[in-house]
Ligand binder design. Sequence first.
Ligand code: ATP
Length: 459
Amino acid sequence: MADRQVSMDKIVNLCKARGIIFPGSDIYGGMGNTWDYGPVGVEMKNNIKRAWWKRFVQESTNSFGVDAAILMNPKVWEASGHTTSFADPQMDCKECKSRHRADNLIEAHSKGTVNPDLMTNEQMEAYIAEHHVCCPRCGNFNWTPIRQFNLMFSTSRGVTEDNRNVIYLRPETAQGEFVNFQNVQRTMRAKIPFGIAQIGKAFRNEITPGNFIFRTIEFEQMEHQWFCKEGTDVEYYEEFKKKAWKFLTDLGFDESHLRFKDHDKLAHYAKCACDIQYLFPMGWSELNGIHNRTDYDLSRHQEYSGKTMIYNDPITNEKYIPYVVEYSIGADRLMLAVLSEAYEEEELEGGDTRVVMHFHPAVAAYKAAVLPLQKNLADKAKEIYAELSKRFMITYDDAGSIGKRYRRQDEIGTPFSVTIDFDTLEDNTVTVRDRDTMAQIRISVDKLADYINERIAFN
Ligand code: ATP
């Protein structure tokens, strides 16, 4: 359904023009790779988060949510390994001073045929020299050696700035779930297997952010850790791959735009790991990850905190540190995928084109637009708006021709447009126009809310 010719520029321009996403600190000329969600975008992102939470927490009998602090005890990052190894291989161009990731340079130069994840820093440097990989910005070949660049943002706590007070903005939400493993297990009387989920901000000082909201330095993650017994982990890993895939297809993604990609090089803690990639406007890229993290995280937290992470099985009396299967997806990256997937430039009879966003109705910012055909129908239209907005996010538009108003709603993906005309005053009926088919039906105002409600659920 979606036009695969959609470019990033079209998405960025539409987002800016229609109140979806603006450049951050816009009036000051922006602040590199930060973005602000506007009135339409904030509704959409909240709806995406709601759909995810519904699927992975609400509809699961044994998954529990948390909302942990962004600032955590620095020992957490020692235990997790982030302090020493959460780093990317950075190379600077000595000519134009631009900064690059060595692995990305190799991937781009080899058009994906060489996998830099399998290389050491020395091997990457050798490849770049041998193939004379030039700076993509200025075209020169004058690189610094590779340096490992830690991606964590640090700040200091308290009134004096010294090394003892350094704390970090969390680079992932996962650790907030691990450190609360015992708290959640005890208070919820949870039995293995069970899950802990969280949605929240994470921060990474990315060397090469870009591609709009694909890679930013501040973003939201939706993460779900599934605690299970060793031996069952492989089965649950497969189960979460299926669940992650189904979540996306239920949101309306075309299967031909999604694919699994196994990691060739595993993180030191992982037993197996894969991504689901999406065909973004700039090409296939990671949308989410599924990782079998073994008992690494809980064991490390036990070691560093001195607190036990052992689970006592109340039925078998076995005692063990659970394995973890993680499913992690960026809310902003999913938003970009949703925008890309929904975009269509449709040619209409008569030579006109319309831009229409075919969002799943559950994701759309507004479930319906209330449009009085003429301004003197405002009283009735506002009455209908007031009733509908008790149940859904509704928008109201009385400016311009009805055709232009429909187009505005198509561009932000509003699934239904409700037109109030003079017959409405006589017989209490309205015209409901469907965004995708543009078909119109006449229905009674009394049935309107239920009509909309039946068509917007995410199940
Ligand atoms: P990448 O390889 O793209 O840097 P990653 O493998 O480091 O991603 P994870 O640490 O597994 O990513 O994070 C889980 C998810 O969080 C990713 O699949 C992605 O959706 C999202 N994510 C990670 N980094 C960013 C970022 N800088 N901006 C936006 N979303 C991100």
